[in-house]
Ligand binder design. Structure first.
Ligand code: PLP
Length: 387
């Protein structure tokens, strides 16, 4: 039927995207020129948020977001165990402790009721988190209103890991407007919704947080005389005020991201149309897709199903059999707390039962705008034939 390998996700690059990058190569700036601020402004406008700070990855953005919120050695950060390791690693980079909040099996997202239970227990032993990082799995927003209410009550900050969710909506407003968070982070890795090859962005409504993140992404250095500890020595002068990093995005990346942004809404529409086709095809089978809440419009970074009736061996054989037919089925994610590095930190099997059940059932099947209708039908027929 088809001989082409069908990846689970893939970038879609137009001639306009290519031209935009070539224009930068011919310009005076490969880095620290006009494209990065233009991309930041365009993302801020798109999301309806005041400030945007571009970085060389979402991982870097998560790191400086934690630092800007003051996360340090005596602090605790909570996130979801069903995410990419970067959602948790960012807290460890700051010397903080990490813990996890179990998921809601139907959506795969952090469960607000599990969060509340954990907060009640943590309060008793004086170990409340400084920051909670909800992850919008597959592009569907977490229940941010519920999480925000808990943040007000238990006094923690919120960083949304929206690496999957640019172009998504929550309560009819763009994810990234930071109505229910302090900072929201996007990824532009090629497998995500839009790409800058590598790249990330941290958006916020706080001028103070934005300024802090922009300084941290460039060595902790300022060129602004108003921020200096003494008057400027001259036009060459700058000051390093804190320990920062080189987390800057290049002009090439920003130009690609800016050009890709023009197609964001159409990419997300296509992803939603394809997801609907999958939903219909699996409606009368024991293939269960993640529940979509009616207050969310997902960007469908991933299409994830759960094989709730199969055993572990069958679950594994479905993924390997699809791969034998050149359909690169995948699994997002291995629970972070079960990674060897995290087990060394003291986590073990049984800590987050829903996340572990999810791991035994979840399958990511291909979904991306460059996939043809025939390829999607082949994926449907193959998966239905295997369960
Ligand atoms: C991809 C991803 C990241 C990391 O993004 P990079 O841009 O590759 O650093 C972080 N969190 C989640 C949930 C992701 O999917």
């Amino acid at each position: 039927m088809t001989n082409k390998v069908i990846p689970y996700g893939k970038q879609s690059i137009s001639q306009d995207d290519i031209d935009a990058v070539i224009d930068v190569l011919k310009s005076d700036w490969l880095t620290q020129g006009p494209k990065v601020p233009a991309f930041e402004q365009a993302i801020a406008d798109y999301c309806g948020v005041n400030f945007a700070c571009a970085t060389n990855s979402a991982t870097s953005a998560l790191h400086i977001a934690c630092l800007a919120l003051g996360v340090g050695e005596s602090d605790i950060v909570w996130t979801s165990p069903i995410s990419f390791v970067a959602s948790a690693n960012c807290a460890l980079y700051c010397g903080a402790k990490v813990d996890f909040v179990d998921i809601d099996l139907d959506t795969g997202n952090m469960s607000p009721s599990a969060l509340e239970q954990k907060l009640i227990s943590a309060k008793k032993i004086d170990s409340l988190p400084k920051v909670v990082i909800p992850v919008h799995l597959a592009g569907q927003s977490c229940d941010m209103q519920a999480i925000y209410q808990l943040a007000t009550k238990y006094d923690f900050k919120i960083i949304e890991d929206a690496s999957h969710a640019i172009g998504a909506k929550y309560l009819d407003k763009p994810v990234g407007n930071c109505e229910f968070s302090d900072i929201c982070v996007f990824s532009f890795h090629p497998v995500k919704i839009i790409t800058s090859a590598e790249g990330g962005m941290a958006v916020t409504n706080s001028k103070k947080l934005d300024k802090k993140m922009k300084r941290l992404r460039s060595h902790g250095i300022t060129n602004n005389p108003n921020e200096m500890t003494e008057s400027s020595h001259g036009p060459w002068y700058y000051q390093q005020l804190e320990l920062g990093f080189n987390y800057r995005m290049t002009e090439l990346q920003a130009a690609l991201g800016l050009s890709q942004l023009k197609q964001l809404d159409s990419f997300v529409r296509t992803r939603n149309d394809m997801a609907k086709k999958y939903n219909r095809a699996f409606a009368n089978s024991n293939i269960v897709h993640l529940t979509q809440s009616n207050y969310c419009y997902s960007s469908y970074h991933l299409y994830i199903v759960r094989l709730t009736h199969s055993g572990i061996a069958e679950h594994k054989s479905v993924i390997t059999s699809m791969r034998e037919q050149e359909i690169i089925a995948h699994l997002h994610y291995i629970p972070i707390h079960l990674q060897p590095y995290y087990q060394e930190l003291g986590f073990s099997e049984g800590d987050f039962p829903n996340a572990e059940t999810y791991y035994k059932q979840a399958v990511t099947i291909p979904l991306h705008p460059t996939m043809t209708a025939d390829e999607q039908q082949f994926v449907i027929n193959t998966l239905i034939g295997l369960v």
